[in-house]
Design a protein around this ligand. Structure first.
Ligand SMILES: O=C(O)CCC(=O)C(=O)O
Length: 247
């Protein structure tokens, strides 16, 4: 049931995926990481809407430098769902954290994760766990149902820090097929690397929209190294334009 929905739509929601006690541990480790580690990280590991305002932290990546988050890649609750959905053994990447802080303007442009990953076959997924209530009011994810079946669409550079590429020809036909995903803390949505998704900015005055995500690739995936190298060059250019150190 989960698998057929995942394969048809390109995404699937699992409600109450993380039990309360595990969610609390994760929340408190994130709190520790944000307060103790993030202030010492290079700009390319922690992105802000406004670097002069710590409360506008919007994204963290390369979190595996920290022991707790490195070990989280082996969490069997996560990897067994990923392996079930991808129907093969999986390998996790470093966890990431996404936020849309209240009172800021930051959209997630429509994109396909596998444009960045360059994996073939595209048997890779992201599990995106809600840490807050997430809905239309604070910038929930929106998926183009079935879009994973049409391959990778052309992307162009975006000016959004953390999401350097945008589907170039995203249009009304895509918007008509969008599904807005509303989640409660502990719910997870898993999407395939070729599924187009985006999010509006957070329009609420006081609600964060935080999520913790882990990418899993199936063992059959191979990287197109030339495409990946081209993307990395484009990314370094974006970071240089935005004045970020890639230490
Ligand atoms: O949190 C967001 O707005 C986007 C997350 C995303 O694009 C992803 O996890 O693939």
């Amino acid at each position: 049931m989960l698998n057929s929905q995942f394969n048809d739509d390109g995404f699937v929601i699992v409600r109450q995926f993380l039990p309360d006690d595990e969610l609390q541990v994760l929340q408190s480790e994130l709190h520790r990481y944000i307060h103790d580690i993030v202030p010492h990280l290079p700009g390319s590991d922690a992105f802000y809407v406004d670097r002069n305002r710590p409360g506008t932290l919007k994204q963290m990546q390369h979190m595996g430098k920290d022991a707790f988050f490195k070990n989280y890649r082996c969490n069997s609750r996560w990897s067994s769902l990923a392996a079930m959905l991808l129907d093969e053994s999986v390998q996790a990447k470093d966890p990431e954290w996404f936020n849309k802080p209240p009172g800021t303007e930051s959209v997630t442009p429509p994109h396909q994760d596998n444009f960045y990953f360059c994996l073939s076959p595209p048997n890779v997924l992201t599990m995106w766990l809600a840490l807050d209530d997430v809905d239309d009011g604070n910038g929930c994810l929106r998926y183009v149902r079935g879009s994973h079946k049409a391959g990778i669409r052309p992307h162009a550079p975006s000016d959004v820090l953390g999401f350097s590429q945008v589907v170039e020809d995203y249009g009304d036909k895509d918007r008509d097929r969008e599904v807005a995903v509303h989640l409660h803390p502990g719910d997870v949505v898993a999407h395939l690397g070729n599924t187009i998704h985006r999010a509006d900015s957070n329009k609420s005055p006081d609600r964060h929209r935080r999520a913790f995500a882990v990418v899993f690739r199936g063992e059959s995936c191979r990287r197109d190294v030339d495409a990946y190298a081209r993307y990395q060059v484009a990314l370094q250019k974006q970071h240089a334009r935005m004045g970020l150190a890639d230490a």
